[in-house]
Design a protein around this ligand. Structure first.
Ligand code: ZN
Length: 348
């Protein structure tokens, strides 16, 4: 399967934090042809393994999280509206008027995030962002009973209703590129890896958006000699964003993380990535000082410590219902990861 096709499928699948089932099954299917074994651990992480040709080889863990930000049903009003809590970091301002899907045990129910109409708002009220707790989901039901009849329960998750689309030769839009593009990279890297002197673990992790939880247990089990997280990062180069605030840009190549809020990339991993990019003439960008973090932050603190790095795709409008990225950045990231893994036995 081509990279764009895989991303299409992965982006459209639902994997709201803690309910990653659809993505998990898809990722297993996509990984299977390219690994020796795929398994699932007790928390729901997917682990695909490609064994090294020698007995004593370094263990490399590649991690990408399967979960996406979303909402969860918190209350059903007597008039049949759903009030919700947020799963992961979502800016309240992106929620208003979005189309969503409520995932009940049996079916997917469409709905709209409703709010007080601006027409009746006082001037002062119009100036403020509407808070999430003042919003509700309208599934077109007339009562609590009707909602319950639809099968909606407290705790059902809600995802954004956004369909993947290729809008030019290289640019795609869709939901949950954070971090389905990472999952897509896992598949692409395993596909491109030929015989190497490393045992490579491709891990689709759960519950990253609520605290890097899946990465924690999967890294404990694998205890790799080196780990790379594949994720997205904030792409600047759009109106209103200063270069110093977000210097990396879409289309300028994959991003090698130097430091973020949770990780100082291990110097040997940083040189491995930079040298591999230079030697293979892959354009790349370096990034530091970002407020967020990735699975690598947690993996690095496993047992006695794991040298970690981050490879990310500069993505516009992350943590919102629709984001945008360049497929050429993803292709380059895959090439870079494959090159770095090939050099790993000499360095680790
Ligand atoms: Zn992410």
């Amino acid at each position: 399967m081509k990279l764009g096709e895989a991303l299409d499928k992965l982006s459209n699948a639902c994997g709201v934090t803690g309910r990653e089932d659809e993505v998990r099954e898809l990722l297993k299917t996509l990984l299977k042809p390219h690994v020796d074994k795929v398994r699932e651990d007790k928390l729901g992480n997917v682990i695909g393994v490609k064994k090294g040709k020698k007995n004593k080889t370094p263990k490399v863990m590649l991690a990408a999280h399967m979960d996406e930000i979303g909402l969860i049903v918190k209350n059903i009003t007597k008039n049949g509206f759903l009030q919700f809590a947020k799963l992961g970091g979502i800016d309240d301002r992106v929620l208003v008027a979005q189309r969503v899907i409520v995932h009940t045990a049996k079916a997917k129910k469409p709905g709209i995030i409703g709010s007080r109409p601006p027409h009746i708002m006082k001037d002062e009220e119009k100036k403020k962002a509407i808070k999430a707790d003042a919003l509700f989901i309208d599934v077109g039901a007339s009562s609590k009973k009707a909602v319950q009849k639809m099968g909606v329960k407290i705790g059902d998750v809600i995802s954004f209703d956004t369909k993947f689309e290729k809008i030019s030769r290289d640019i795609v839009v869709g939901k949950a590129f954070d971090d389905r593009v990472g999952c897509c990279l896992l598949v692409e890297v395993m596909k491109q890896l030929r015989e190497v002197d490393c045992t490579v673990y491709a891990v689709g992790t759960v519950q990253e958006e609520v605290g890097l939880r899946g990465a924690c247990v999967s890294a404990f089990h694998i205890y790799p000699d080196l780990a790379l997280a594949f994720d997205v990062t904030v792409a600047g180069g759009v109106p209103g964003v200063k270069e110093v605030e977000a210097p990396v840009k879409m289309r300028d190549g994959p991003v090698i993380g130097v430091m973020d809020a949770g990780l100082i990339t291990h110097p040997r991993v940083l040189s491995l990535l930079v040298d591999s990019a230079e030697e293979n003439k892959i354009t790349y960008q370096l990034e530091t000082g970002l407020a967020g973090s990735t699975d690598a932050a947690r993996i690095a603190l496993t047992r006695e410590g794991v040298p970690c790095g981050v490879l990310s795709i500069p993505t516009r409008y992350i943590h919102s219902p629709s984001s945008m990225l360049s497929l050429s950045d993803v292709e380059k990231a895959a090439k870079l990861a494959v090159a770095a893994i090939a050099e790993t036995p000499k360095n680790f």
